[in-house]
Ligand binder design. Structure first.
Ligand code: ATR
Length: 277
């Protein structure tokens, strides 16, 4: 039987996940499909009911439905519960399961780019306090990063997210970023700033220490102005595309029973789809 998988979102047309899963299906010679399905939040319960009929083996959930699906699932992983959001769904023994693989994707790409990064990341600085920041902080705390400084445009969201990780995370002020940069071994941008079509991320990196890891989860453009500036100052760049690729691995394995690899060929395919801006 040909297995069908999906990505639901609103809008969903921009998603590059079909490119990733299509590549792996072809690579492994599997008869399956991975389809974009436009599902506005109000239609999520109806779509979940369709899943229970066995129409799909599973799929991904993207903005704005990651939180909406959570109360509709039968079994939610510990990570998805902590995130308050699921991005990967699958049917197992007649029950609908949900997990969140964003933290896994973030960590797997960081591991691939900078082996041993956790041992040298005593202090991390996170920009932004949305869902992506929550996933990144979850990942960093799992790997034992002891001190995480969190800054956000809206300070109340930084305080709220910091309160969810009281041992490791301290909320700091956005206007103090220039000083915090100099204290940090790892800096992660989780905001949309610097993305093509969004305002620039204007922060002062003059205090960046050589060898500091700078990770931008934005991947359009592939080398964001933040990453370019970090490179000029001797920082180690980690781009956002790898997180997208790696977060897809656990889902594909669940649905098709094969653990796929993030290869140079896959990366090249995605890079070719990203506009040079
Ligand atoms: P996601 O789930 O992808 O993290 P989100 O929850 O919408 O998305 O969070 C977006 C992040 O980008 C937030 O930290 C947001 O800051 P606010 O909490 O103050 O909204 C940040 N962000 C978006 N646009 C911004 C801007 N123009 N300046 C500063 N931060 C911005």
């Amino acid at each position: 039987m040909t297995k069908r998988c999906f990505i639901i979102g609103h809008p969903v047309g921009h998603s590059r996940s079909p490119l990733i899963h299509g590549h792996w299906l072809a690579e492994h010679g599997l008869a399956g499909s991975y389809e974009r399905v436009e599902v506005p939040p109000a239609e999520v319960p109806g779509f979940i009911a369709r899943l229970r009929t066995g129409e799909f083996a599973g799929g991904n959930v993207t903005v704005p439905n990651k939180e909406t699906v959570l109360p509709l699932l039968d079994k939610v992983s510990r990570t998805a519960r902590m995130m308050g959001a699921a991005n990967t769904l699958w049917m197992e023994d007649g029950r609908l399961h949900g997990d969140n693989t964003d933290a896994y994707g973030f960590l797997a790409h960081l591991d691939a780019c900078v082996p041993g990064w956790a041992g040298r990341s005593g202090t991390a600085l996170i920009l932004g306090a949305g869902g992506a920041a929550r996933a990144v902080i979850h990942g960093l705390t799992e790997r034992g990063v002891r001190r995480i400084l969190l800054v956000n445009r809206s300070p109340e969201r930084a305080l709220e997210l910091a309160a969810a990780f009281p041992k490791a995370v301290e909320a700091r002020r956005w206007q103090d970023i220039a000083v915090l940069v100099g204290e940090s071994d790892l800096i992660v941008n989780t905001t949309s700033l610097g993305m093509h079509g969004q305002p620039p991320l204007e922060i002062d990196l003059s205090g960046l220490r050589s060898g500091t890891i700078v990770d931008d989860i934005v991947y359009v453009p592939l080398e964001t102005p933040l990453l370019a500036e970090a490179r000029r100052r001797g920082g180690i760049q980690v781009d956002g595309l790898g997180m997208l690729l790696h977060q897809a691995v656990p889902g594909f394995e669940r649905w098709f029973g094969v653990r796929p690899q993030v290869t140079a060929a896959l990366r090249a395919k995605l890079e070719a789809d990203i506009p040079a801006v």
